[in-house]
Every structure is written in structure tokens, then in C-alpha cells.
Design a protein around this ligand. Structure first.
Ligand code: ZN
Length: 271
């Protein structure tokens, strides 16, 4: 164990933890996007990245960060309309997501195409995500918070777990070793950012990109055409809820966690 790590555990408490993480790990969780280039945003369904943090992603895109979307399921069950078959909806949603991502400023989209509501929580899926992390080499992985209380959708809970497990394990050569045989290298993901979180520790002012977020979400017609007013109320409500915390109109929230603290560190909850 490094001297730095020893110091952290000797002194860790609520007041000093962020300072210690910054001083001793060299990671400023209050400025997680400052010195990074590549971002992998993992979402259970087409639209989640934009609903949760579309304003943040648009802002980062304007700052010339390279952002890749990884969508785990095909979204084929996301309708109340019995006339739309799953195969057709999957195709529609892929096209909607591509258009929406372009508005946010993202051109690279990767799909794993698991069936909506049936994302398997398995080592196989995790290994596929690990391979993608080793290919894309992100400086931060963004994913839903698997521990959001009362989150009913299994794709969201499993996507959150799979994403951070993959980010955590992508540096270990014996996990999905076949990647190395194919010429990929292990990759260290220093930071994780969880969206749809009830324990945010980083609030992003999105007042200048809120409209970009709205315009991107307008592309998800199959999801919101019939309940657009409700969606706007939701987005404005959540946006101003977080906005008030930093005295701005609209904001989005993330829980930023250094990867090294993602295992057997109970104090992560309070950083
Ligand atoms: Zn979703």
C-alpha cells in the first residue's frame, strides 16, 4: 500500500476527505472533467444519457472532449402502443438516438443490443464492456447509479453495476484475457461518474446548454411525443432543483468517485 493511501486512511473524515483525495491521490473530485479528454457514457436505453446529463455532455462536447455513447439495450419495449412491434421500435430508437447524439455533439455510438428489460447481469456482458473500455480508453466512465433508491427498472440497476465493475476490472490483465491476445491493452479508468443519483457530490451548471438538451430529447419522438409537456416539467423541475444549489437556473448532478475508492471503502458514501 502506498504512503499516500496510508495517509488517506489515517486521516479520513467527512471534512477532510475531498481535500485528502486531491492532495494525496491527485484527483480533484470537484473538477472531474478539467484534465480529461475521453469520456465513455454508458446508458441502459437510448435516451438515458440525455435525460440525465444531456446538458453536461453538450457542455463537455463544446469544450472539445471526445465522448462516446455505449447503449446496452435496444429499447424495443419502450412503448404503450401495441401496433409497434419490438423490432420496428428498436430500429426507430436507434435512429432517434443517433440524431439526438449529433445534437449533443457526439458522433460515436456503440450498441450492445440486449433486449429491453432483459439486460443480463453476467460476466459475459461485463467482459464485453471491459473490451470496449480497453478499446476506447476513457478517462472517466459515466453510468447510472445502481443504488438509486426505488429504481424499479432492472436494466438501470444492472447497467450501473456492470459499467462500474467493468471500469474497475479493465486494468486487470487476467480478466477477459482474450482482449490481450487480440492485441488490446489493459486500461486504468481513474474516475467514475454516476448519474441518476440520489447522492450527488458534483453539480454542473447547464443553464447555457439546457436548450441543447431539450432539442436532443425532442428527437426521441417514440418516447416523448405524447407526453412532451410532462417531460419538460420533469426536466425543468429537476434542473432547477439542482440549479438552486449553485445559484443558477438549471443544473445536473453526478456522484464522482475515484476508481481506487470503489472497493471496500465505506466512506465513499460521504465524499
Ligand atoms: Zn432507461
Amino acid at each position: 500500500m502506498s504512503q499516500n493511501f496510508k495517509e488517506i486512511f489515517k486521516n479520513l473524515d467527512e471534512k477532510t476527505s475531498k481535500h485528502l483525495i486531491k492532495e494525496l491521490l491527485g484527483i480533484d473530485i470537484e473538477k472531474p472533467f478539467e484534465n480529461i479528454k475521453r469520456i465513455l457514457c454508458i446508458q441502459p436505453h437510448p435516451d438515458d444519457c440525455e435525460i440525465a446529463i444531456g446538458g453536461t455532455l453538450a457542455k463537455l462536447s463544446l469544450e472539445k472532449k471526445e465522448i462516446v455513447y455505449l447503449t446496452l439495450t435496444d429499447g424495443s419495449f419502450g412503448t404503450n402502443d401495441p401496433s409497434i412491434k419490438p423490432e420496428k421500435l428498436a430500429k426507430i430508437r436507434k435512429e432517434e438516438q443517433e440524431r439526438a447524439a449529433k445534437i449533443i455533439g457526439i458522433n460515436k455510438l456503440i450498441w450492445l443490443n440486449y433486449k429491453d428489460t432483459e439486460l443480463p447481469y453476467s460476466p459475459d456482458v461485463r467482459n464485453r464492456i471491459i473490451s470496449i473500455i480497453r478499446e476506447e480508453k476513457p478517462d472517466i466512465v459515466l453510468a447510472p447509479d445502481a443504488w438509486l433508491p426505488y429504481e424499479v427498472h432492472p436494466d438501470h440497476r444492472y447497467a450501473g453495476l456492470l459499467a462500474i465493475e467493468a471500469a474497475f476490472f479493465s486494468s486487470l490483465p487476467n480478466i477477459n484475457r482474450i482482449d490481450l491476445e487480440k492485441g488490446l491493452e489493459t486500461h486504468e479508468v481513474p474516475l467514475i461518474g454516476l448519474y441518476y443519483t440520489s447522492k450527488p457530490n458534483f453539480i454542473v451548471d447547464i443553464s447555457n446548454t439546457f436548450n441543447i438538451k431539450i432539442n436532443a430529447l425532442k428527437e426521441h419522438k417514440s418516447q416523448f411525443q405524447n407526453n412532451w409537456e410532462l417531460l419538460i416539467l420533469y426536466l425543468q423541475g429537476i434542473g432547477s432543483f439542482y440549479g438552486k444549489k449553485i445559484n443558477t437556473n438549471y443544473a445536473e448532478a453526478l456522484k464522482i468517485i475515484p476508481k481506487i475508492l470503489l472497493h471496500i471503502v465505506p466512506i465513499v458514501e460521504i465524499i
